[in-house]
Each structure stands twice: as C-alpha cells, then as structure tokens.
Design a protein around this ligand. Sequence first.
Ligand code: ZN
Length: 416
Amino acid sequence: MNFQELYYRNPYLTTFEAEVCTCTPGPDSNTFYITLTQTLFYPEGGGQPSDHGVLTILSDCSGSTCDERLCDSCPDRITPGETITVLDVQDSERGVLHVLSKPLNPGTRVQGEIDWSFRFPLMQNHTGEHIISGLANRKYGYENVGFHMSDVITLDLSGPLTWEQAMEIEQEANEIVYADLPVEILYPDDSELESIDYRSKKELEGAVRIVHINDADDCACCGLHVRRTGEIGLIKLLSLMNHRGGVRITMLSGRQALRYYEQICDAATAVGQLLSVKPHETQEAVQHLLQESLNKDRKIADINQRYFQAKADSITEKKDLILCFEEQMNQVELRKFCDLLVKSAKGSVCAVLTETDPDTWQYCIGSTEVDLRAKVRVLNEQLDGRGGGKPVMVQGTFRASAAAIEAALKQTLHLS
Ligand SMILES: [Zn+2]
C-alpha cells in the first residue's frame, strides 16, 4: 500500500487534508496534474471510474518553489477558501494524478472532499460483482474476463450460462447479501497465498491484495469495496447475452439497482394505467393490444385492396396516363395501388401520389411500356424531387403543386 492512498486505509472517509507535492501542465494548456502527500481520490482503473470531488485551498503556497504564473499578478492565482473541481484522477508512476483546471503551487495545503453519492454506489456495485463472479467461478469454473462500470455494470464470463442458471446465481448472491458477511481485505505472505485458491486476471508481482468473502469469493483486486455484504442491499442481473464464447451479464447492485427498479416499476405502473391492468399484467395486455392492431392492419389492407380494385375497374378504356392524387396513403399502399393499375393494363403510365406536406407529394409511377428510370431524373429536376427505382417502377418525392406535377408528367413522358 502506498502512503498516498488513503482510500485503501479507509474507503469510508470522505474528507482529508494534504499538501501539494508537484504540479505539472497537462497535455493541453487548460489542465494541470497535481500530486498530493495523501489522497482519498481513487484513480480510474480495473473497470472502476475515478472519484468525483473538490479541493478547497487552505493556505497559500510557501513561496519557496513558487512558479511565476502563480504570483500576485497572475490571473490563475488561487486564494485560500477557493474550491476547485477535480476533473479526473489517474494513476501514474509518479503517484495519483489529480487533474485540475488551475495550477497549484507545491506546498499549498488543501482539503479534499470526494463525492460520496458517486463513490458509495460504485463500492456497492463492485462488491456485488465480486459475489456474482465468485459464484460463477465456484459453480462453473468460469473466469471474469471483462468488467466495466458505467450506468450499468457489464461483466463478461468465460463460459456459457442459461438465464435460469444466471437467476440461480443471483438468488445465491442475494442470500450472501442477507447474511451480512464481512468483506475482508487480506495481504497474505507468499506461503499463505499459496494456500488460497483466488481469482486473478493477470500475473501479480509484489504484495497481493485479496478480497475475501466467505462462501462467495477470493479475488486479487485493487478496487474499493463495502465492509459487509449487507451494505450491498440488493444484487440484480438485468440481461444475459452470448459474448465471445461466454456470456456478457449486465447487472446493478445497491442504490443503483433500487433506482433502476423504481424506473421500471413507474413505467409498468404508467403502462398499466393506460391499459387498465395491474403493473405485472402489462405484458399480456400489450400482447393483446399488438394482436388487435395487427388484425386492424389486415382489415385496413383488405379494404384498401377492394378500393384499389374498384378504382381500377372504374376506368373503362385504356389511357396514356392514369394519374391519381390520393389522401393519406403510406409507401406500401402507394406501391400496391400503382402495381394493381399497371397490371390492369389500363394505362401506359400509372402514377399514384399522396400529399405528405403542402405541395410535397410522395409518388409511385409504374409502366411496362416506358423506361421510367431515365424519365424520373428529368421529372425530379423539374419538380424539385428525389427518388428513383427500376425501369418498370420508380418511387420518391416531388416538391411541387398537383397541377405542375400533372403538366410535367405529360410533357416529359410525351403523353396526352
Ligand atoms: Zn474488487
């Protein structure tokens, strides 16, 4: 353990005092990297994001190592009492780097405060992940081969699992939560380490930090964890998908799992109210609604087909151009109607259009006698249109009046 890393000594502390050791400009001119004599800010690593928080300036610098940028005339000068947001925290060979938008002189005393509302859910989620990974390892021999924490936790296991098997693991994991077992951090010596069957993602050198949860997990880990499993509160697996020969699990624990549940519950309640059913009956009600909608779609398609046929039948003699401006048709209906007119062989060219906005028309034009692909380019130019298709049928949009469309069609297709 490094003397700097207060977060390992007590991950439940939220404030600390320290002195600035070094301050160096970042890769851009807007950021500065500082190291402190000690810190509670956990740097990004091992799938866990870095801590959020602020530094409050307690004293001006000693002056002995003063950088001229920080002198009285400097606009970046920091005064005691000022609070600076820690933008990012990264681990490095020099120690833990705190990324700030302003420089701080070595020797400056600061009080740091981490955002506990951000940190604690990470500790809950991380410990929950240990229990799931540990149980998957003990039950099936699988390794955790990928781990990422953001809005949800993703966890990649090296072998396949069914949803039922995953639910069994979830149930056992929550029993471990209810049992409120201690989460122990061990630093075993070499001989003790040999006797522990622990999970590890990589070859380890030096002192190994083992996270031990009875009946669930032994794992080499540098992350932050809750003191007892009861603090996790709840472990919930959300989804399971096949991934690189194994599975990817998404999951949440603790406060984030509760927030997720609240959102799902609110959504199910709102949908239930719309459908006049209880929240747990919404799936059946939505399935019923979808089937009803499908039946209506079929009925509408049937009525449309009869309408198209009646319209085609009403044309008693063959014309050069059949032109139909229809109300509220979708693309499929346009194509079906146009297709039927072409097949009825009552027009050399059959055009069906529907107005989607004022003077904006969706078109479908068909013909077995005229090559429409070349003609539609001319029409698109004349009528501010776009679209194309095959020689026998073209589809697209014209932005022009109905009268202009009719005139352009007749002129371009040399039809009367
Ligand atoms: Zn861990």
